[in-house]
Design a protein around this ligand. Structure first.
Ligand SMILES: N[C@@H](CCC(=O)N[C@@H](CS)C(=O)NCC(=O)O)C(=O)O
Length: 104
C-alpha cells in the first residue's frame, strides 16, 4: 500500500519550510494543505490538539507535530520511514544531537 503523506502547512512558516525541503530532498510524494491560523481547520485541531500549530506531518493518518523539538522529530521520522534515500540527519547520535542544536 502506498504511503499517504499530508503536510498541514502555512507557506511563510520557516518551520513548514524545513519540512517541505526535507520532503522534496527525500523525494517523498505528499499533499500540502494550507491552514488558516486565524481560523484553524478541524484537521489541524484534531492532529495537533495541544499546540494547534503547523507544520504537522500526517503519515498514514498519524501526526508528527514538531519540526524542531526532539532534534527535529519530523525529520527523524522521515529518516526512519524513508531510510533508503538522502538522510537528513547524521546517523551518529552525538552528531545528530549537535545538528539539532546548530541548525535548530
Ligand atoms: N515547535 C513547532 C513550532 C511551529 C510554529 O510555531 N508554528 C507557527 C507558524 S510558523 C504556528 O502554527 N502558530 C500558530 C499559533 O501559535 O497559534 C515546530 O518546531 O514546528
Amino acid at each position: 500500500m502506498a504511503d499517504e503523506v499530508v503536510l498541514l502547512d502555512l507557506w511563510p512558516s520557516i518551520f513548514g519550510m524545513r519540512v517541505r525541503i526535507a520532503l522534496v530532498g527525500k523525494g517523498i510524494k505528499h499533499e500540502s494543505k494550507e491552514d488558516d491560523l486565524r481560523n484553524k481547520s478541524d484537521l489541524l485541531l484534531k492532529m495537533n490538539p495541544v499546540y494547534k500549530k503547523v507544520p504537522v506531518l500526517i503519515h498514514n493518518g498519524k501526526p508528527v507535530c514538531d519540526s524542531l523539538i526532539d532534534h527535529r522529530s519530523v525529520h527523524r521520522r522521515l529518516d526512519e520511514v524513508w531510510n533508503d534515500s538522502s538522510p537528513l540527519l547524521p546517523s551518529d547520535p552525538y552528531h545528530r544531537a549537535h545538528a539539532g542544536q546548530v541548525l535548530g
